[in-house]
Design a protein around this ligand. Sequence first.
Ligand SMILES: [Zn+2]
Length: 321
Amino acid sequence: MPKSSALKRSSLAWRASLLAVIALCGFSGCATTPYRFGAAQWYRTSPVLEASTASQPIERGRPNKVVDTFGWVWGIPDKIILWDRRIDNHRIGPQTEAAVADYFVKNELSSVKVRLNQYHPGDDWRRLAANDAVGAGWRYTLGALSVLGETIIPGRLFGGDHFNPFTNTIHIYSDVPAVAVHEAGHSKDFAQREWKGTYAAVYLIPGVPLYHEAKATNDALGYLLTESDEQTQKDAYEILYPAYGTYVGGALGSVFSGSGTYVASVLGGHALGRIKSSQLANGTLPESQLVESRHKTGIQTTVSTSDDDGHSIERIGIEFP
Ligand SMILES: [Zn+2]
C-alpha cells in the first residue's frame, strides 16, 4: 500500500517535472533566434564600476594544489548530477575564458567582472560599495549577506558557478564554456533591469528562479548557436538543460515531498538536452537554422600580472571596439 502510493506520487512527479522542463522551451521559445546582441545603451550600469572594470574584466586565481584538489573532490556530486567531469574542476582553460571575453565584447558588457577560480573578497566588498546601479537599501542588506557568504564559504573550495548582481561579478569554477556564457547571460539580463536589487531579491521566492534561469539559459543557447563551434553548442544543451532541471526540481520540491521530483527533473533535463544535442548533430535542430555571426574576427585580449593585497593576480584585459 505505501509502496504503490509512493509509486503513484513519483510518476505524477515525473510527469510534472517533464512538463516543467518543457516549459523552459515554452515561455521563451528555447534559444531565441535570431540572437539579439546586447547594446551598451540598453544597460543601466554604474559608471564608477565600469571605470574600474572595463579594461581588465577577467581575473584568474593562482593555482593551489591543496585547495583545488579539495574543491575538485567537494564538487563530485555536482559532476555526477550534470554528468560532466569539468564541473567544479577549478582549472579554467583558455576556451572558457575566451568564450566569456567574446560574449562581453559582442554584447557590449563592460562593467561585469569575472573571477576564474579566484578568491578575492576584498575586491568583492569594494565592488559592492561602488555598484550604485543597485539601490543602497538592497546592497547593504541582501547584497552584504551575499558577499559575506562568498567570503566565509569560498567558491574556491565549495564551487558553485554563479553571478552576483550586487557586485556585478561572475564567479567561475567549472571549465565549461557554456556554463560561463550562461552566467554571463545572467549579467546581461541584470544589466537591462532598472530595479536590480528587487529583481535579485525575488529570486529567493520558490519558483521564481525558473524565470531568471530560463532567461540566462535561452540567451546562452541563442548566443552559442550563433557564435560557437558545434561541440560547445552540444555541451550547452547537454549541461544547461539538466542544470535547469535542478531548478525545476527545487521549485517542485516545495510542492512534492521526497527527492523523486528532483531526480526526475534532472533526468528529464538530461533526456531533453540529449535529444536537442543529437538534433543539432544531424542538422535537424530548428533553432540552428539561419544564424549569422556578428563578428567573425577574434577578440583581442591582453594578459598581465600585478600585485594586489600582497599576492600576484593574473588579469585579462579585453579590447572593446
Ligand atoms: Zn543560472
